[in-house]
Design a protein. Structure first.
Lengths: 579, 254
């Protein structure tokens, strides 16, 4: 049975970007949020260290310095007008969160307190600056809670535990809605809408070691990709240097902002060699590569010599307790290490997708090198690529991204909806989805999801992680072809209509495979190193040939067709990236 | 103070991912699927796991290797999203914050109590969220906001810090005997979220919330059993927060 709903705006995903968009849109037009998780389960809640804005509450700062840091941190692949806009709007966005009740830590005179973070500098790199606003080390939790509270206040309509399975477009390509699966009873729903905002988060679950939740499987990007939307800059994935060893659970960069030091097995503060000016506060791609180099040269520790340490032992216990309570608890619970007394084993962890669904600064999805707007389609947050993060996102810019571009996309989605009539959905809008689900449910003897997913995660960790080469990416391409063949024969054990998470895990694996296809193809083509994309066989940045965004289009046979579009430049001329 | 090198050379570090000796864990899980039976039943599984493995990963091992129909909620798997509250060996906890070494050789897992079970370990969260929504869980002020941030002293900010940690996992509310028995009681989590605003110096609706919580369904149902405080995976002093709300109602002091 299929049920049909009609709204002006449908938001897919209820993390920070989705709820911020919904708040903006629901004030103006009829709006619904569909989310595969209860809103407060979204992974925005796992963000720790801070959200940045040049408030200059504790020392001199300016949005212009923030924009420079964002562009340089992104290794000049950032669209500079977007970064300028984001850093200027940052200040009011933070004040608005405060007005909505977000419990920021405070200075002694009652202002929002700010602290240091990787890559945030005063006056174009002269030294660290305190720019990150924070609520202990649970800033994302407080943003998620505050936005949910505002949604409750406004009585925003949520469809919880609904999975988005398809994007509907009319004959002219305009957005007509989405198809969703209700987990509680297995029913399909058609949500007709004039505007659809994708805010589905990242896809770190394609890697074995990741800070990402199980839910982060690239649903929005994959659904859009299958309906003719390209994916931008997919080769740029951020590997966060301080993941808890083996588990990948994030230990915030705030730990280094508060004075934490990364050390190798000899106890050496090795970042002094790689980033002499700001050392441990170098951006994440730089620190992750340095850790890789240390481990490669035999200075990793442990039975497999494959981890280094985050050392907080020299910091006052009271400071750790007040400003980093959650991450110290992670170390205690999961590794049984006492961070006030002993250093914590860490390794780089797949953390954040810089790439995603291409949008302009109003969240409107654009396709092709000439950036044609897809009417009514929007994306915001990690699943989108504006691009404000370029080749490497600066710490705390993700929480800023979701509130600035969540708001802008919600506003423009509402504007668009109020100016257009409801597009027609295709005849039998659920036919494709139903065929896909029935295929999974009726195949009795297919291989299960877990083995294929594990092989994907191991393979991507081995071949397409912190360091890549032509050979490793060729192997990855080959392996993805084989995984795809196995996936096409996949079966699920649970045939139930009620809470069939077995079935949804199989669907999610399909999304991960699509995202991995585009990541590997884009990475294989880009014969340079920039930000999070490091090619050992092409270790230098090559602005003459590669100062451009990748666009991965899906061909009908499922293969990836790459095209490129120029970076929107601005006042900051690309220069060597030293810290 | 020891040098970093000395610190690093403590022998304890070998335990981290060191000896991969696995232990055998026997799981007894309460199952329910209305498509199969009106009654719940017990299933038993045996899994080999590392003592530092999280229980949620053991449940995955069962689901992914033994019985794909086993259903439970989970997402972040490190105690932040609040999806996987369960009754584990008779106590409420998040399955991602319980380690195999804490419970081996045997563990019994059931859905949290007091909410309708929908399938296996999945319960209906709506009654829980209704309680949450009833206490006006959002900042209410007079609307005269400054152009910049409102000022709040670190002391005023600290006053409600503990109750800002709540992740709405329902471990506290579903450990409360009063909640099991009294369908109207809003439960500990709702009171925690009311506390978070009542004691926020920026909020103007404390009186309104205290009125809601002084009604029959409110704080005075609490019998101070401390189950909620024991159950909270975020370490919130839930009972203390409830007592503070009770006192605020009695003495109009907040």
């Amino acid at each position: 049975m299929t049920r049909t709903h009609t709204y002006d705006v449908v938001v897919v995903g209820a993390g920070g970007a989705g709820m911020r968009a919904a708040i903006e849109a629901s004030d103006k037009v009829s709006t619904a949020v569909i989310s595969k998780l209860y809103p407060t389960r979204s992974h925005t809640g796992a963000a720790q260290g801070g959200v940045c804005a040049a408030l200059a509450n504790v020392e001199e700062d300016s949005p212009e310095w923030h924009a420079f840091d964002t562009v340089k941190g992104g290794d000049y692949l950032v669209d500079q007008p977007a970064a300028q806009l984001m850093t200027e709007e940052a200040i009011d966005a933070i004040y608005q969160l405060e007005h909505w009740g977000l419990p920021f830590n405070r200075t002694s005179d009652g202002k929002i307190d700010q602290r240091r973070f990787g890559g945030h500098t005063r006056n174009h790199g002269e030294g660290p600056v305190r720019r990150a606003c924070y609520a202990a080390d649970r800033t994302g939790h407080m943003i998620l809670q505050t936005l949910y509270q505002q949604c409750v206040k406004r009585d925003v309509t949520f469809f919880n535990e609904y999975y988005c399975l398809d994007l509907l477009r009319d004959a002219d390509g305009a957005t007509a809605g989405v198809v969703a699966y209700e987990l509680a009873n297995g029913e399909l729903h058609v949500f007709r809408a004039k505007s659809v905002v994708f805010a589905t988060g990242g896809y770190g679950r394609m890697f074995r070691v990741t800070s990402n939740a199980h839910a982060l499987t690239g649903d929005g990007p994959a659904v859009a990709y299958r309906r003719g939307i390209p994916l931008e800059d997919m080769e740029f994935f951020q590997f966060h240097p301080t993941g808890l060893y083996r588990l990948g659970v994030l230990l915030s960069e705030a730990a280094r902002g508060e004075g934490g030091i990364v050390r190798n097995k000899d106890g050496e503060r090795f970042m002094e060699r790689y980033a002499p000016t700001i050392k441990d506060l170098a951006p994440r791609d730089v620190v992750s590569r340095s850790i890789y180099q240390e481990i490669k040269e035999g200075r990793g520790d442990g039975p497999n010599a494959d981890y280094v340490y985050l050392d907080l032992t020299h910091l006052p216990a009271a400071l750790i307790e007040e400003k980093l309570p959650d991450i110290t608890e992670f170390a205690r619970v999961y590794l049984q290490v006492e961070p006030t007394k002993e250093p914590v084993p860490i390794q780089p962890t797949a953390h954040y997708a810089m790439g995603g669904i291409p949008t302009d600064v109003d969240g409107r999805v654009v396709t092709g090198a000439d950036e044609r707007v897809v009417p009514g389609l929007y994306a915001a947050g990690e699943c989108a690529c504006v691009s404000v993060h370029g080749a490497n996102r600066l710490g705390t810019n993700s929480l800023l991204d979701i509130i600035v571009f969540g708001r802008r996309s919600g506003a423009d989605a509402a504007r668009h909806a109020s100016e257009t009539s409801l597009p027609e959905v295709p005849a039998d809008p659920v036919a494709d989805t139903l065929a896909r689900l029935n295929g999974l449910l009726t195949r009795d003897r297919g291989e299960g999801t877990p083995d294929i997913r594990k092989d994907l995660q191991d393979m991507m960790f081995d071949e397409a992680f912190v360091v890549r080469t032509e050979e490793s990416l060729k192997r990855a391409e080959q392996a993805l072809g084989e995984l795809r063949e196995r996936y096409d024969e996949i079966g699920v054990q649970d045939k139930s209509a009620i809470y069939n998470t077995d079935l949804m895990e199989a669907v999610e694996l399909g999304y991960l495979l699509d995202c991995a296809d585009t990541l590997v193809a884009s990475a294989a083509a880009r014969t340079e190193s920039r930000g999070g994309h490091f090619r050992e066989d092409h270790p230098l940045r090559d602005d003459a040939n590669w100062l451009k965004h990748s666009l991965a289009n899906r061909r009908d046979d499922g293969s990836v067709d790459l095209e490129y579009k120029p970076v929107k430049t601005g006042p900051y001329i690309p220069m060597e990236r030293k810290y | 103070m020891a040098t970093a090198a000395e610190v690093l050379n403590q022998s304890e570090r070998q335990r981290v991912g060191g000896d991969p000796t696995k232990v055998t864990l026997q799981l007894r899980i309460r199952r329910f699927n209305p498509e199969v039976s009106e009654d719940s039943w017990w299933d038993e599984f045996t899994v080999a796991a590392h003592p530092l493995d999280r229980l949620v990963e053991v449940l995955h091992e069962v689901k992914w290797r033994q019985d794909g129909t086993l259903s439970f909620r989970r997402s972040c798997a490190h105690g932040i999203c609040g999806s996987d509250a369960m009754l584990i060996n008779g106590r409420n906890a998040l399955a991602c914050k319980v380690l195999v070494g804490d419970v081996e050789p045997k563990v019994t897992i059931e859905p949290i109590r007091g909410l309708p079970v929908l399938k296996d370990l999945i319960v209906d969260m709506d009654p829980f969220l209704e309680g949450y929504r009833s206490v006006l869980p959002y900042l209410i002020d007079d609307g005269s906001e400054p152009d910049k941030e409102r000022y709040q002293s670190p002391e005023d900010r600290h006053r409600f810090d503990d109750t800002t940690k709540c992740i709405l996992c329902a471990a506290c509310t579903t450990s409360c005997p009063v909640f099991w028995g009294d369908e109207g009681y809003v439960g500990p989590a709702a009171i925690v979220n009311a506390h978070r605003f009542i004691f926020d110096s920026r909020d103007d609706a404390g009186r309104e919330r205290l009125k809601i919580l002084s009604e029959r369904t409110g704080v005075f149902r609490c019998r101070t059993t401390f189950n909620c405080t024991d159950a909270c995976p975020r370490g919130i002093e839930v009972t203390k927060a409830i007592q503070e709300v009770k006192r605020a109602i009695l003495f109009e002091r907040f």
